[in-house]
Design a protein around this ligand. Structure first.
Ligand code: ZN
Length: 504
């Protein structure tokens, strides 16, 4: 490249965590915000520059290098079922066309657990295609901690960096890290050697919080390796509900021109993870007992975690088991986020604020993969608020972006306030309550349809959190799911699994 020519980089995002057991459809519209479609071209830069996201970090790395940036598309959908073929093709085509038009490097903000109708490896298939268009193209990617690593991903990029936190507080840092490594590679400063490996562990995401064992110490090992000179070390807990061959725990390490150093670092973490495999499992207790125990506690706000129906893992977000049990046992001063039920919102909007309404709440979606039909909750309550469901993210995770809950209503049933939304949103920013007039710190109980991300905004304003064994396609009970594709044997589906590494 002549020194007077700017380096041109294609920067894009295509993110989706696919729960292959989820009945929630994933069309292209799901990848946009506010009914405006998926951002393309200059809108991408405008919407994501300066944000606390992976693509925000990639853009900053490219800008810091003075590169010429082309931004074909930035799609990011809440987790759900397999990505529709036309949606996957549309986003992939935009990225590939931009690369075909000519560039010197590519930076992508991907998830790592994307399954489309046409491929079990959304990221690997895209990267393979890019490398067939431009065989020697330097490519940097940032990935989610829940990525299921594949050979097609690692073989077809130059550097990759995963988040080291869950909740994902460092999306920006991972993007910036990956981008910076690519800039240094093109400048001839480093020669990245990347290796990966896995152990057959199908870990529960409820056991992957970075503040908890066993994930926290593994992430700390990765940080130590980087502080000792490794270019990057990434631990991926995996996403067990994407039922593909490679689902499970993996590690990717990058050393500067040193294969052995990369391999030793990788194996150090994989061996530690294998030794702790039993700690990656989660045991539930009966819902009625959990709620009865919570009722005896007085030190609110207490978080009741409805983790089996987490929208950000592919839940329908309309199961009512935990809510119904809380009402049944007479819990008071409760706020819940949220039931996703556009029809109920429309009925409440038609009635108007202040009206008393009878609503068949939630339960609109059947869940054939776990053998359940939707079971609505018949309630009578008062409409307390109606909003357009928009609020700006205020916590570091996703800072600078906008949340779109769709048309939103608050239904008060006795002493329980239920936020009813029209678009799947996991509660991790207290704005989900405050934007509809509920102050979460004034409540005794907060029922949240979340797993770990709620900690990003609710950890500091709550006294404790209690996992509740509700109903949904994000349950931590493996016996509810029929795994057909994941490699066997794998722990804990096959308790006697040995540690034989199969990839990398
Ligand atoms: Zn994740």
């Amino acid at each position: 490249m002549a020194s007077n020519e700017l380096t041109r980089v294609v920067v894009a995002m295509m993110e989706h965590e696919t729960n292959t057991f989820s009945p929630v459809p994933t069309p292209l519209e799901r990848f946009g915000r506010g009914g405006l479609g998926v951002p393309e071209g200059a809108d991408v830069y405008q919407q994501f520059k300066g944000t606390g996201t992976g693509i925000g970090g990639l853009l900053d790395a490219a800008d810091a290098a003075g590169w010429d940036i082309v931004t074909p598309i930035a799609g990011n959908a809440a987790p759900s079922g397999r990505v529709h073929a036309d949606a996957y093709n549309y986003m992939s085509d935009r990225i590939c066309e931009a690369v075909e038009a000519g560039c010197d490097a590519v930076m992508l903000d991907l998830h790592g657990a994307m399954v489309a109708e046409t491929t079990t490896d959304g990221e690997g298939t895209l990267l393979t295609r890019l490398r067939s268009i431009a065989p020697n193209m330097p490519i940097a990617i940032s990935l989610d901690l829940h990525a299921n690593m594949t050979n097609a991903i690692v073989d077809n990029c130059t550097v990759l960096v995963g988040y080291k936190t869950y909740p994902h507080l460092d999306m920006y840092e991972a993007g910036e890290h990956a981008g910076r490594l690519l800039v240094r590679t093109l400048a001839g400063e480093i020669n990245p050697i990347m290796v990966w490996g896995s152990r057959p562990i199908l870990a529960q995401t409820l056991r992957m919080g970075h503040e908890d064992e066993p994930m926290g110490p593994l992430l700390e090992m990765a940080r130590m390796q980087e502080s000792r000179g490794l270019l990057a070390s990434s631990v991926f807990g995996g996403f067990p509900l994407a039922d593909i061959w490679e689902a499970g725990l993996s590690v990717v390490t990058i050393a500067d021109a040193d294969q052995l150093a990369a391999e030793e670092a990788r194996d150090e973490i994989l061996d530690a993870a294998w030794a702790e495999r039993a700690e990656f499992m989660f045991e539930s207790e009966p819902l009625s007992e959990t709620i009865a125990q919570a009722k005896a506690m007085t030190d609110g706000p207490i978080i009741l975690l409805d983790h089996a129906d987490n929208a950000a893992s592919g839940g329908t977000q309309d199961t009512v088991a935990v809510l119904a049990e809380a009402i049944e046992q007479g819990l008071e001063d409760v706020a819940m986020f949220a039931i996703c039920d556009p029809q109920a919102v429309r009925e409440m909007a038609a009635a108007g604020v202040g009206s008393e309404v009878m609503v068949s709440l939630g339960g609109k979606t059947d869940m054939p993969e776990i053998g359940r039909v939707g079971e609505p909750l018949a309630v009578t309550g008062r409409v307390r608020a109606l909003t357009d469901g928009q609020f700006p993210v205020t916590v570091p995770m996703g800072r600078g972006t906008q949340t779109d809950m769709g048309a939103t209503a608050v239904l008060q049933v006795g002493k329980v306030k239920i936020v009813v939304i029209s678009r799947n949103v996991e509660p991790w920013d207290p704005g989900c309550f405050r934007s509809v007039g509920i102050e979460p710190t004034n409540m005794r109980y907060l029922i949240l349809k979340s797993r770990i991300h709620y900690r990003a905004g609710f950890h500091d304003i709550s006294t404790r959190d209690i996992p509740c064994n509700g109903v949904g396609v994000t349950s931590s009970d493996n016996s509810l799911f029929t795994f057909k594709n994941v490699r066997r044997p794998i722990y804990p589906l096959d308790p006697r699994t040995t540690a034989t590494p199969e990839f990398g």
